[in-house]
Structure formats: structure tokens, C-alpha cells
Design a protein around this ligand. Structure first.
Ligand code: FAD
Length: 527
């Protein structure tokens, strides 16, 4: 199938089905399914595909209860199966119940309203149409709980948090939050109704929606979120200490600690999520210069140019300690002054490790991950520090407009991003990452026209990577991949429009400039 004709790709959060797997997938499945049978030549289907992708992304965490799929009836391979399923119009929306052994062809949704919020609510209704016998495996109850079941939790010690969303009977938010938290452990979410006056009174709730939180230690409080929106409640709960994503089978096969050469994690270092740590940035530079580059025996041609440009950008923009900045500047002067077209890596190492140390220029050889600590040494660390470094550099480029004067990069809003792109493509040890990053760059980097847009582009792309990696092997269960900044870090960054979470990008930009700005970099733990 021609790429141009494909409305959905593996990158999208939808499951792409075909005649090969449709029946096995949707018949007698542990979860319910909502499928769109579309045709790649149908104008409506093309126009609707962004909504469908947004919906699938929005309910990705509901997968144990209901999943979203697509099947292209215009694909020759699928002609027969679409006929067998009686698909006459495109798009056709079909629901398939969980654990249904009747092998029927699903129930068609004929409503004219296909707005994201409407379809999402229909999905909730559809889940609730299951009986006790065919209830999707792993899906918690969605019916409201009674006051006695909530009040009995008071003062009781438990192994997990319990959140109770109190809301009006026609509100969907509580059920949506229950489903959002389904893949997480350490938390149970329930829904209660505002019509339950005894409960409202006992919990001291006067307006809804509200959420009440019972802690494992037996204490209880009203949950304090800045905005009473689904995203704020869900985010708050996902970030509670001890709440993390359940380990998937793939994450159980994670590499064991100690085998990736990133040094061993000894002691846990307390840190604030609202800060950036110099120790992470310096450890990242150490790893980059002494470990990652070391795999290249000599640097020449494009590689050498990429490295020089990288050192230029970092030397000019890195808001680091004087000894480190001076080291980077000296390295740059040395690289620029050498008439060689080929530099042995050992010469760079000798300069960084020995020659500069004599003049007091020193980059610690100790790996100290702080904000980038992982729950095991195989997680987080270096890639986290590299993201952090490049966010800091894009913000520096936007805050200090003349910093790149006389470098050949002046007036180039893409200076940092293009350098990052080439560094990642040439040297970054994770080749898959490089490939994905290059695809994202090819798609939209040319739309970046200012240094502020560069800051936002990197933020957007990083979130795209976060979304793709949710639940993957590289996700640290203690640091679940989220759309960042979370509402606790930046409440004004988040808004809701017609039931869908949207970013206030102006606020995001201001936040990024503050968060990754020089004055928010903490020197704590940098040795
Ligand atoms: P990271 O994603 O590394 O983020 C580090 C910190 O940045 C977070 O703790 C948070 O404070 C902040 N942050 C998070 N999101 C944003 C945002 N949107 N904007 C600004 N700051 C943010 N791994 C793969 O498995 N597959 C890939 O294809 C892949 N591609 C990558 C591409 C690049 C360019 C890089 C640098 C890394 C890539 N990785 C990939 C690694 C992966 O993205 C993570 O870096 C790694 O899994 C460690 O995750 P983390 O939890 O430490 O958070």
C-alpha cells in the first residue's frame, strides 16, 4: 500500500487491523473494541483521521477495558472481510463486546455526532453495557459506590490510596479518571454521586466535581487540584508517591541493573521535579565526551564537523560552572585551530583528561544522576541528561540572542536543533532513537522560524516521544512517561476545550524558559 494512501501508521496509538487478524483480535477478546472501518479514498475518513488519532491517544490507558482499531476497506486484501462484516458505508463505527463468544459482527454506532468527547462517552456507556459475566478483564467497576463503602475507609490503613471522585450523576469525569488509572498500581479510584447527601456532609464537600483521597496510612483529605478537570485529577493521582504503572510482560524483561556501563547507583538523592540539576548536565557531558565518543576511533569529515558544531553550541550556550565552560571553550579553540581533517579520539580525551586539568579546567568523571536518577541503573540516566541538556540549550539560545555571535550560527533559530539532530544521528548510541528523531525533524523542523519556536518544537517532540514510550521497556515505573509539564508543575499550561486536553502554548513557553533557564539550575550534588 502506498505510504501516501495510509491514513494510519504504526506510530499512531490505534491498532491497525486487516483480514489476517480482525476476527482473532475482536472475537472473544479480553477487552471491548471500537473499530473504524474506513476507506483510504473517502474524504470524510481522511478529514476524520486526526480526531480518531486524538481519541485513541486520549484513551490509550483504557486498553484493558476497550481498545481502538482501524481497518482499511479500500485495501484489496480487506475487500472480503469488509463484505463479510457488512460494511456498506465509510466510515462505519462498530463496537465489539469483550469476552463475546457469539462471533457476531459488532454493533454499529449510527449517531451523527462524532466529536471526540461524544465518542469517548459512548465508549464509557458501552463498557457499562457489559454484564458481570462478560465484564472486560482488568476493568474496575464504574458504578457509583455507596456512602457506607466510602466512609468505612476513614482511619483504615490500606496498602494503596483510594480516590473517590464525587460528582453529579450525568458527569463522565469520575469514570474517565477510573479508566485513566487502570494501568496503575498503588491506587484505586471510585466514583460517588453528589445526590448522596450523607457522604457530601461527612466529607465536607460543598461543590462538585470534587475528589477525596484516602491515604494508605489511614488519613484522608480533599484532593487539592488547581483545576477540576479530568486531566488534573488523573495526573495528580498518577504522580502520588508509590503509585506507578503496572509492569508489563515486556518491562519484566528489562535489562538487569549494572549491565549498561552507566555506573552504579549507590544512594538515592532527594531532588525536586521543579529544578534542573547541574550534576545531570555535567554527568551527561562526561558520558558524551568520555564514553559515547570513545566508540569512534577517529573523527573525520561530517562526523568531525558535527562534533565541532556541537562543541561550539555547548561552549557558547552552556550555563555551567566556570571551570566547565572554560574547558568547553578551550576544546573549541583547539578543534578550530587544528588544520587536521582527521582527529584521533585519543587526542580529544588527552586534552580533556590531562592537558586541561593542569590549568584547573575539569569535568568530573563521576556519574551523579540526580533529576535523572532511575530506579535501576539501566533506566533513565544518560538519555534523560541529553534531553535536559538540549532543552537548556534551546532556552539559552532564546534568552541570550547574541551568544552565538561570530560562530557561523548567528541569527539561525535552528542552530541548537540542527546541531542536536546531527549529534543524535551521528553519535547517539541508540540508533532507533536517532531514526525516529530524524523522521520528526524531516517532518516539521523547517517550520521553526524563531528561537522561541525552537524551544516549543523540542518540547512538542519530546512529548511525542514520551507518548510513544508509555508502557515500553525504557519506561521507569517510578517515573512514568507523561505529557510534560504535568499540572502540578505548570497549572496554567493546561486547559480543556470541548472535553479534550489542550496546551496553552504561550504559558508552556514561559514555563520552559523559567524551568530550563540558568537560574533554575541547582548546583546541589555537583562535585
Ligand atoms: P526523559 O524522556 O529522558 O526526560 C527527561 C526529563 O525531561 C524528564 O524527567 C522531565 O523532567 C523532562 N521532560 C519530559 N518531557 C519533556 C518535554 N516534553 N519537554 C521538556 N522537558 C521534558 N527511547 C526509546 O526507547 N525509543 C526512542 O525512540 C527514543 N528516542 C529518543 C530520542 C532522543 C533525542 C533522546 C535524547 C532520547 C530518546 N529515547 C528513546 C530515550 C527516552 O526518550 C528517554 O530519554 C529515556 O527513556 C529516559 O526517560 P526519562 O524517564 O528519564 O525521561
Amino acid at each position: 500500500q502506498a505510504r501516501s494512501a495510509r491514513l494510519y501508521t504504526e506510530e499512531d496509538p490505534v491498532v491497525i487491523l486487516s483480514s489476517d487478524n480482525l476476527k482473532q483480535t475482536v472475537f472473544n477478546s479480553s477487552s471491548a473494541w471500537l473499530l473504524q472501518f474506513y476507506s483510504s479514498w473517502c474524504g470524510h475518513c481522511i478529514q476524520y483521521s486526526p480526531t480518531w488519532k486524538a481519541l485513541a491517544g486520549d484513551v490509550k490507558d483504557w486498553a484493558q477495558a476497550i481498545r481502538i482499531g482501524v481497518l482499511d476497506c479500500a485495501h484489496e486484501k480487506n475487500f472480503d472481510i469488509c463484505k463479510e462484516f457488512g460494511i456498506h458505508f465509510y466510515p462505519t463505527f462498530r463496537y465489539f463486546k469483550a469476552r463475546d463468544t457469539t462471533n457476531d459482527f459488532g454493533k454499529t454506532y449510527r449517531g451523527a455526532d462524532r466529536e471526540l468527547q461524544t465518542v469517548r462517552q459512548l465508549m464509557v456507556n458501552f463498557i457499562q453495557n457489559h454484564t458481570r459475566q462478560d465484564w472486560p478483564v482488568g476493568c474496575p467497576p464504574l458504578d457509583p459506590v455507596r456512602s457506607e463503602n466510602v466512609l468505612s475507609l476513614m482511619g483504615k490503613k490500606t496498602e494503596h490510596y483510594t480516590a473517590v471522585i464525587v460528582e453529579d450523576g450525568d458527569s463522565y469525569m469520575g469514570r474517565e479518571v477510573i479508566l485513566d488509572l487502570m494501568p496503575y498500581e498503588g491506587i484505586a479510584v471510585k466514583r460517588a454521586l453528589s445526590a448522596d447527601k450523607l457522604l457530601m456532609e461527612k466529607l465536607g464537600i460543598s461543590s462538585v466535581p470534587s475528589a477525596y483521597l484516602f491515604h494508605p496510612n489511614g488519613t484522608h483529605t480533599v484532593m487539592n487540584v488547581q483545576k477540576r478537570l479530568r486531566f488534573f485529577f488523573s495526573s495528580f493521582l498518577k504522580l502520588l508517591p508509590g503509585v506507578h504503572r503496572k509492569q508489563s510482560t515486556s518491562s519484566l524483561q528489562r535489562p538487569q541493573p549494572g549491565n549498561n556501563g552507566q555506573g552504579t547507583q549507590v544512594e538515592w538523592k532527594e531532588f525536586k521535579k521543579s529544578k534542573v540539576y547541574m550534576a545531570d548536565l555535567e554527568s551527561g557531558l562526561h558520558y558524551l565526551l568520555r564514553v559515547e565518543l570513545a566508540t569512534h576511533k577517529t573523527l573525520e569529515g561530517e562526523e568531525l564537523k558535527t562534533f565541532k558544531d556541537f562543541v561550539t553550541v555547548v561552549a557558547k550556550l552552556f550555563p555551567g560552572r566556570q571551570s566547565v565552560v572554560k574547558l568547553l571553550e578551550t576544546l573549541l579553540e583547539w578543534l578550530v585551530s587544528l588544520p587536521l581533517e582527521k582527529i584521533p579520539y585519543d587526542a580529544i580525551l588527552d586534552l580533556v583528561n590531562n592537558k586541561m586539568r593542569i590549568s584547573g579546567l575539569y569535568l568530573s568523571e563521576q556519574v551523579q544522576w540526580v533529576g535523572c536518577q532511575g530506579s535501576s541503573v539501566a533506566l533513565r540516566g544518560y538519555p534523560c541528561s541529553l534531553w535536559t541538556l538540549f532543552h537548556v540549550l534551546t532556552v539559552q539560545a532564546a534568552n541570550r540572542l547574541d551568544a552565538l555571535a561570530n560562530t557561523g550560527f548567528e541569527d539561525d533559530p535552528l542552530a541548537v536543533l540542527q546541531t542536536m539532530r546531527r549529534y543524535i544521528g551521528t553519535f547517539f548510541g541508540c540508533q532507533e532513537c536517532g531514526k525516529h528523531f530524524e523522521e520528526m525533524a524531516q517532518e516539521s523542523l523547517n517550520q521553526v522560524k524563531s528561537v522561541d519556536e525552537a524551544v516549543l518544537w523540542l518540547w512538542r517532540k519530546h512529548n511525542q516521544v514520551n507518548a510513544r514510550l508509555t508502557g515500553s521497556m525504557s519506561e521507569d515505573p517510578m517515573f512514568p512517561k507523561t505529557q510534560w509539564p504535568t499540572p502540578d508543575l505548570c497549572p496554567t499550561c493546561h486547559e480543556e476545550q470541548e472535553g479534550l486536553h489542550v496546551w496553552n502554548e504561550q504559558m508552556v513557553l514561559a514555563f520552559l524558559k523559567q524551568h530550563y533557564g540558568a537560574s533554575n539550575i541547582s548546583p546541589k550534588y555537583s562535585s
